[in-house]
Design a binder for this molecule. Structure first.
Ligand code: C5P
Length: 240
């Protein structure tokens, strides 16, 4: 049975805000709840490394969701920088290939301060927004999307990465292919009765954990709730 604290520690709140001030209002409302904070491109490009440093100074675990995809040397440099910043997790696109993913891990080794923990590095497989039509006919990858997801997950694992971002519907197949210690971080989560918004295939938090996921990423059901603290507390209560 999970305790309140370790249940909260498996929830990543997606801080999808345009400015640091907007994000800080939410953070104040969640004060004292030991959840992770996920900082994506919108907020990171606007608020910068200083915002991440402030989250770390407040004791939060930070997932920097910047989905790096570039030549290996550049990804190595990016990984070194975000490791120096002290993030606990960041991600790269598996589509960049094994050499690029290995370069990300080399960047971590270079950026790691002695004695501090290394960030977890995970891969984006096939974005959940990509339909089979787009994948087959525009990007040129044949076959069903779920086969591509597993291929990418295996490639990420062979490259030495620690897990993947995935739909909760893909968790069982990924764990079967890569083993249960290989982490899955799953967005597309909606508490029972919540507005689905632009997500299509969703699961509730307890359903996602029953599939074996390690972390759930939750944005609007918390950030757009009339009372975000009550919303995250109800999610925690649903999984302990
Ligand atoms: O508000 P919502 O709960 O839908 O937010 C989900 C978060 O997870 C967003 O930050 C979104 O960018 C991210 N994400 C996603 N689907 C993916 C990868 C990331 O929804 N495949």
């Amino acid at each position: 049975m999970a305790t309140i604290s370790n249940a909260a520690g498996r929830i990543m709140v997606a801080l999808d805000y345009p400015t640091a001030q907007d994000a800080e209002r939410l953070i104040e409302q969640l004060e004292g709840i030991p959840c992770w904070m996920k900082v994506g491109m919108q907020l990171f490009y606007a608020a910068g490394p200083g915002f991440v440093e402030r989250l770390k100074a407040r004791g939060y675990k930070v997932f920097l969701d910047v989905k790096m995809h570039d030549i290996p040397n550049t990804v190595k440099g990016g990984s070194e920088s975000v490791t120096r910043l002290g993030v606990d997790m960041f991600n790269v696109h598996a589509a960049g290939g094994a050499q690029m993913m290995q370069a990300a891990l080399e960047g971590v080794d270079k950026g790691q301060a002695s004695g501090s923990a290394k960030p977890i590095v995970i891969a984006v497989t096939q974005l959940t927004s990509t339909s089979r039509h787009v994948m087959n006919d525009e990007i040129g990858i044949p076959g069903p999307v779920d086969e591509a997801v597993i291929r990418y997950a295996r490639l990420a694992q062979r490259a030495g990465l620690h897990g993947v971002v995935a739909s909760p519907l893909e968790v069982t197949a990924i764990k079967a292919a890569c083993g249960s210690p290989f982490l899955t971080v799953t967005p597309g989560i909606r508490p029972a009765g919540a507005d689905i918004g632009d997500q299509s295939r969703v699961m509730t938090p307890p359903e996602a954990f029953r599939q074996g996921t390690d972390y759930v990423v939750i944005g609007r059901p918390i950030t757009a709730a009339p009372d975000p603290r009550e919303a995250i507390q109800a999610i925690i209560d649903s999984i302990v």
